[in-house]
Design a protein around this ligand. Structure first.
Ligand code: NAP
Length: 329
């Protein structure tokens, strides 16, 4: 493995934006355990004193980004508006924030490697049909374009990782919500999700981020952070149901039936100014019907990255973690 010299590890500072999020917490712990210094960019100081240093800043604030990037060797850029938000939030954080970060690196620390966290949502986004996609997918697509432009025009040392659906310890949002609905018997599957679930267990993804940040072979490459599964998202949900003792959902509705009302409900919620995600959303339909086969197979081989954890084992580990922490679903 062409990993950078282990003697130099203690002197390598890994900057992480979004360090307080689900993936950020996992990466901060991993880099710290492996002897790297971590500097997190946080909007407000974490309640429990973390094992890493942090500075206060925001992706929307160029000055704080300048201070942040000046102190790091690698910038793992995770911060994003991920959960439901307004269009303007997706734009100002995910698109304009990424632009400000690239600009700060270019101006204040051009040798810094940027590990850009995208999403398979961006790879599936079709700019000719933007209304079919979520504003999140759109924002990640245009954020990628910015990173590519800085790579091309200004020789920024970038690596882009597009994870699939991340699951595992640390998730206090997505799986607990699915489990709750499974227990209420209110999960309906959507056609399309019978095969090829683009899932990634968080520890496997963390290994990819580690290599992207420390291995010189990763610079200039793009990776798709998924474990190739022939099983679909339906089977994932059924396995989850079995493991939590809930009834397996049997009803499958055609996507053509559920997508139009989801679109309409989103418009109604937006026009009426309700800040919440509607009970039937494009995002939910998309997750339940997703079928994604693309991989970055050759790039993965060159980097010796091979995700190991399958869905049954991953769910078992997640549930052990959730039970230990008393996370009820
Ligand atoms: N979760 C998934 O399944 C998934 C799948 C594909 C890609 N991804 C990508 O993976 C990355 C991490 O996702 P996650 O699930 O860990 O997200 P998350 O738990 O929602 O965390 C988001 C992080 O971004 C920070 N953040 C939000 N707005 C910010 C701003 N204006 N300035 C600075 N920080 C800001 C949040 O800080 P606060 O604590 O202050 O809110 C938090 O640390 C994201 O880029 C996401 O697009 C996630």
């Amino acid at each position: 493995m062409a990993t950078d010299d282990s003697q130099g590890r203690q002197h390598q500072v890994i900057g992480i934006t979004g360090v307080t999020g689900m993936l950020g917490c996992a990466l901060a712990e991993m880099f710290t355990e492996r002897g790297y210094q971590v500097l997190g960019l946080v909007r407000s100081a974490p309640a429990d004193k973390p094992a890493y240093r942090h500075i206060t800043g925001d992706l929307t604030d160029a000055q704080s980004l300048a201070l942040f990037v000046a102190q790091i060797d690698v910038c793992v850029h995770l911060a994003a508006q991920v959960s439901h938000g307004g269009r303007q939030q997706y734009k100002s954080v995910n698109i304009d924030g990424t632009q400000k970060l690239c600009d700060a690196i270019r101006s204040y620390n051009p040798a810094c490697r940027l590990v850009n966290c995208s999403s398979i949502a961006a790879l599936r986004f079709n700019p000719a049909l933007p209304f079919l996609a979520t504003p999140y997918a759109r924002s990640k697509f245009y954020a990628n374009r910015i990173v590519e432009r800085y790579r091309r025009q200004f020789d920024l040392r970038t690596v882009t990782i597009s994870p699939g659906l991340i699951y595992g310890p640390g998730d206090e949002r997505f799986l607990p919500a699915v489990i709750r609905r499974l227990k209420q018997g209110s999960v309906t599957l959507v056609s399309g999700g019978e095969r090829h679930a683009p899932l990634i267990y968080i520890d496997d993804l963390a290994e990819l981020f580690f290599l992207a940040a420390t291995d010189s072979r990763a610079v200039g490459e793009d990776y798709i952070g998924v474990r190739s599964e022939t099983l679909g998202i339906h089977e994932f949900i059924r396995q989850l149901a079995r493991q939590v003792g809930a009834e397996e959902p049997r009803r499958i509705l055609p996507k053509s039936v559920v997508f139009p009302p989801a679109l309409m409900m989103e418009w109604i919620y937006r026009l009426s100014g309700r800040g919440k995600e509607p009970p039937l959303s494009k995002r939910a339909v998309d997750i339940l019907s997703i079928n994604f086969k693309q991989t970055s197979g050759d790039a993965n081989k060159r980097l010796d990255w091979q995700p190991a954890i399958g869905m049954e084992e991953g769910l078992r580990r997640y549930l052990d973690w959730a039970r230990e922490r008393g996370i009820s679903a």
